[in-house]
Design a protein around this ligand. Structure first.
Ligand code: FRU
Length: 538
C-alpha cells in the first residue's frame, strides 16, 4: 500500500513536472512570435532580462562548446520572489541571449537556490557519457518545510548533471552532497572550481558570517578544508554568494586569489552590496594578502561596485585559456526594493557582463571592472570630438546628431589644478525628470544621482540619496565610461577602478543629454559617443 501511494505520488510529480515544462516551452514559443517582444516600458534593450516573471541572482555561469550559460534564480509564476527554480539562457557573445526552458525545478529536497556549474573535463564524477564531459551544477537545496518547522538545517548543497549541453538536467541520487550537520541556518550558494595545484574540486559557500571551503575528488564526496572571514571585512548582514578564483596581477605575472563576497544588508548603500578580498589560497586555507587594504581587519569593506544595483555577482567557469578573461555578471538590483520596482511582465535585469582585472595600485592590489569588448558590436551611429572647452552646460543632443535611451559615452576631462568644479552628464526628458552622474572635485568623489529621475514612490529607499564613491587615482585626467540602457546607468571611472551601477525609472525615456561643469572651465579632451542597438530580435 505504502509503495502504491509513493508510486502514485511519484507519477503525479513527474506528470506535473512534464506539464510544467511543456507550458514553459509553449510560453517561450508564443513570446518569440510576438512583435512587441521585449518592448514593455522600462525594459532594458541590451541587458539580460528574463522573458517573464521574477529573476534574482545569476547562477551556474559556465562556458561550454561555444556557449556562455547564464542560469538565474527564477520564480516562473509571479513577478516577485517565490519558490526558486533555475531559469536558463545561452549566448555565444555575452551580448545576444537565447532564452531556454527552465533548467532546474524544486523537488522533495527543496527549492533550488543559488550555485554554480563546471565542466567535468576529466570525468571525475562518472556522469559523462559517449566520450563527452558533463556539465555539473552545484546548488543549494532550501527545504521550506524545514524552515517553517523552525529547524536550522534546511539548507544543504546538492548537484545535478547534464550530458546535452545544459538542455536537460538529472539530479544526483545521492543528494545532498554536503548535508547541514552543523545546523547553520544560512548555509548556501556554492561556487566550485578545479584547483590545478591541489588537484581537487574546491567549493566555497557562505555560512552566515564566513565562508566555508570544502574539497572533493569527484564532486560527490566532499570534505571540509577550512573556514574564513569572521574577523574580516564587513558584517552588516548575512554573507551570500561568494566566488574564489586566481588572477594574475596585471603586468607582473604574480598570482593572487580574489574572494568576492556579497552581503545583505550592510552593502555600501545600506542594502545589498559586494565586497572583495585579495589573498592567497594553498589548497586548504585562504589567507589575506599582506598588501591588501589593512582596514578590512577593522571591519571595513573594499567594494566591487559603489552603486546600489550590483548584487550576488559571480564569474564564469571554464572560459578557455586562449581567452583568459575573468568574466563577471551581477544582479542589477537590490533587496531593498528589488521586488517592487515598477515593471510588470518581468522583474529585474543583470548588469553588463564585465571583465575583472587585478592591478597593482598605491593602495595595494585592486580589482578593476571593464565592460566586455563584445559590447562594441552594438555600436551604430557615433560621434567623436576632441579638446572642447566646457563651462556651465553643453547640450549634447544636437552635437551628437542622435538621441536614444541606449547610449555609450566615453568622456575624458582635464581638470585644472585645485579645481572645485562638479563635472558630469545629465540625462533628462520632457517631463523634467533628470539623472546625473559625474565627479565632484571639491569632495574628490564620483556620484550618481537618481533622486529626481522619475518613478520612486514604490519605495522610500529608492531615491532617498545621491550615491558617492571616493576617487583613488590622482591624475589630472579623469575618464568616465558610461552605458545607458532605458532604465540603468553603469559608470566605469578611471579605467574601471571605480564602478557605480544604478537603475532608474523615468516616466518617459531619457533622450536629452547635457554635459556640465559647475565652477569654471574644464577641458573635454575626448568625447566619444555611440548609439547602441537593441540586442533582441526575433
Ligand atoms: C542572494 C540570495 C542567495 C540565495 C538566493 C535565493 O540574493 O539570497 O543567498 O541562494 O538569493 O533566491
Amino acid at each position: 500500500m505504502k509503495n502504491l501511494v509513493l508510486g502514485l505520488l511519484l507519477f503525479s510529480t513527474i506528470l506535473s513536472a512534464c506539464q510544467q515544462k511543456a507550458e514553459d516551452t509553449a510560453g517561450h514559443a508564443t513570446n518569440m512570435a510576438n512583435t512587441a517582444y521585449y518592448t514593455e516600458p522600462h525594459r532594458p534593450q541590451y541587458h539580460f532580462t528574463p522573458e517573464k516573471m521574477w529573476m534574482n541572482d545569476p547562477n551556474g555561469l559556465v562556458f561550454f562548446e561555444g556557449e556562455y550559460h547564464l542560469f538565474y534564480q527564477h520564480y516562473p509564476k509571479a513577478n516577485v520572489w517565490g519558490p526558486m527554480h533555475w531559469g536558463h539562457a545561452v549566448s555565444r557573445d555575452l551580448v545576444h541571449w537565447e532564452h531556454l526552458p527552465i533548467a532546474l525545478y524544486p523537488d522533495s529536497l527543496g527549492l533550488i537556490f543559488s550555485g554554480s556549474a563546471v565542466v567535468d573535463w576529466n570525468y571525475t564524477s562518472g556522469f559523462g557519457d559517449n566520450g563527452k564531459p558533463s556539465l555539473v551544477a552545484i546548488f543549494t537545496h532550501h527545504l521550506m518545510e524545514g524552515e517553517k518547522a523552525g529547524r536550522t538545517d534546511y539548507q544543504y548543497q546538492s548537484i545535478a548533471f547534464s550530458n546535452d549541453r545544459g538542455r536537460t538536467w538529472t539530479k544526483y541520487k545521492g543528494n545532498p552532497v554536503i548535508p547541514n550537520t552543523q545546523k547553520i541556518k544560512d548555509f548556501r550558494d556554492p561556487k566550485v572550481f578545479w584547483d590545478r595545484d591541489s588537484k581537487q574540486w574546491v567549493m566555497v559557500f557562505a555560512a552566515y558570517d564566513h565562508v566555508k571551503l570544502w574539497g572533493s575528488p569527484d564532486l560527490k564526496n566532499w570534505k571540509h578544508l577550512s573556514d574564513w572571514g569572521k574577523e574580516w571585512g564587513t558584517h552588516g548582514g548575512v554573507w551570500e554568494c561568494p566566488d574564489l578564483f586566481p588572477m594574475t596581477v596585471e603586468g607582473t605575472g604574480e598570482k593572487k586569489w580574489v574572494l568576492l563576497q556579497s552581503l545583505n544588508p550592510g552593502g555600501v548603500n545600506g542594502g545589498s552590496g559586494t565586497q572583495y578580498f585579495v589573498g592567497n589560497f594553498d589548497g586548504k586555507n585562504f589567507k589575506l594578502d599582506p598588501g591588501f587594504s589593512p582596514s578590512v581587519a577593522g571591519g571595513k569593506a573594499v567594494w566591487l561596485d559603489w552603486g546600489p544595483d550590483n548584487y550576488a555577482g559571480v564569474t564564469w567557469s571554464d572560459v578557455p585559456k586562449t581567452d583568459g578573461r575573468r568574466l563577471f555578471i551581477g544582479w542589477m538590483s537590490n533587496w531593498l526594493y528589488g521586488m517592487v520596482v515598477p515593471t510588470e511582465a518581468w522583474r529585474s535585469a543583470m548588469t553588463l557582463p564585465r571583465q575583472l582585472i587585478l592591478k597593482k595600485t598605491t593602495t595595494g592590489p585592486s580589482l578593476f571592472s571593464q565592460p566586455v569588448k563584445e559590447l562594441e558590436t552594438l555600436r551604430s551611429k557615433s560621434y567623436a570630438g576632441e579638446n572642447q572647452a566646457l563651462e556651465g552646460e553643453m547640450d549634447l543632443t544636437d552635437k551628437l546628431g542622435f538621441s536614444s535611451p541606449l547610449i555609450e559615452i566615453k568622456l575624458e576631462f582635464e581638470l585644472p589644478e585645485g579645481t572645485k568644479t562638479d563635472v558630469g552628464i545629465a540625462l533628462s526628458n520632457i517631463k523634467g525628470e533628470e539623472y546625473r552622474v559625474g565627479f565632484d572635485a571639491a569632495k574628490n568623489e564620483f556620484y550618481s544621482d537618481r533622486t529626481k529621475a522619475g518613478k520612486a514612490d514604490f519605495s522610500d529607499k529608492f531615491a532617498a540619496k545621491r550615491y558617492t564613491a571616493p576617487r583613488v587615482a590622482n591624475s589630472k585626467t579623469l575618464r568616465l565610461h558610461l552605458f545607458f540602457d532605458v532604465a540603468s546607468c553603469e559608470l566605469f571611472a578611471d579605467d574601471g577602478g571605480v564602478v557605480m551601477t544604478n537603475i532608474f525609472f523615468p516616466t518617459e525615456d531619457f533622450s536629452q543629454y547635457r554635459l556640465y561643469s559647475t565652477m569654471g572651465q574644464v577641458k573635454v579632451t575626448r568625447l566619444s559617443a555611440y548609439q547602441l542597438t537593441r540586442a533582441f530580435s526575433q
